[in-house]
Design a protein around this ligand. Structure first.
Ligand code: CA
Length: 253
């Protein structure tokens, strides 16, 4: 399908909330996102961002970190109290540590300044696609991964035809991971998605539940084929169920 045809037939328009105190940057993102078919709204400080999120229910938030009134971290924490709206953090900080911290707060992606507006558009599209994939997987009757079958609506899991008894949190953890197969999710993302914001900061909760989940799901919990550790970041669900090539340093317990 040509670029032009797609442009002329916009699907139900999605709204992007741009949170940015530098007017020129906000306008730049707005121009490119509008050209790509998105509806855009702009908040120029943290307090306004929270207000616009509450009132206008954007599909995604582009969130600058350094903001007047309330900084981007606090905005994200506040939003995560009641919502899983995808958030892309935009910040001038660019060290590896800051990148991880951004994702640790429960952001879905992270872009550093200076950025190319085209890159912003492509990241927005990819995060939205990922979010929609997950949302629609959660609505499916069943998700099959070899011997493991997950029934999202029934909150039930089978392995080799037998029901696996999971706690509610273990089930949500498995569902969250398996609806984004092969994508790494940070401990904090998992915490905010499965437990909610109040647990942020105690990411070992995730490790403990991953441990019990592996005992129930994996043939050999010490060498997991499905729920894999991604060193220093978090976990991913391997839809192929392949053996790990290198020894997983975190799976020993
Ligand atoms: Ca700023």
């Amino acid at each position: 399908m040509s670029e032009r045809k797609r442009y002329m037939e916009p699907k139900n328009q999605q709204t992007i909330l741009i949170v940015e105190d530098e007017q020129t940057l906000a306008n730049l993102s707005q121009t490119y996102l509008s050209a790509a078919g998105f509806r855009t709204i702009i908040a120029s400080d943290g307090a306004q961002a929270i207000e616009m999120h509450t009132n206008q229910h954007p599909d995604l938030i582009l969130l600058d970190i350094f903001l007047p009134k309330l900084d981007g971290r606090d905005v994200l924490k506040a939003i995560r109290k009641w919502s899983d709206t995808p958030v892309i953090i935009i910040s001038a900080m660019n060290s590896e540590e800051d990148r991880v911290n951004g994702l640790d707060l429960g952001a879905d992606d992270y872009i550093t300044k200076p950025f190319s507006p085209r890159e912003v558009v492509s990241r927005v599209k990819s995060v939205l696609r990922r979010f929609q994939t997950q949302q629609s997987s959660m609505k499916q009757d069943k998700l099959e991964f070899g011997p493991i079958i997950i029934y999202p609506k029934e909150h039930r899991v089978e392995k080799n035809g037998e029901t696996v008894e999971l706690t509610a949190k273990e089930f949500m953890l498995l569902l969250t991971l398996s609806t984004l197969p092969n994508e790494t999710l940070s401990r904090e993302t998992l915490l905010s998605r499965v437990w909610g914001f109040e647990y942020l900061g105690d990411s070992r909760t995730v490790d403990v539940h991953i441990g019990t989940l592996r005992k129930k799901i994996e043939d050999n919990p010490a060498e997991p084929r499905y729920i894999k550790t991604v060193w220093r970041i978090g976990y991913k669900f391997d839809s192929t169920g392949k053996e790990e090539e290198v020894n997983d340093p975190a799976s020993g317990q």
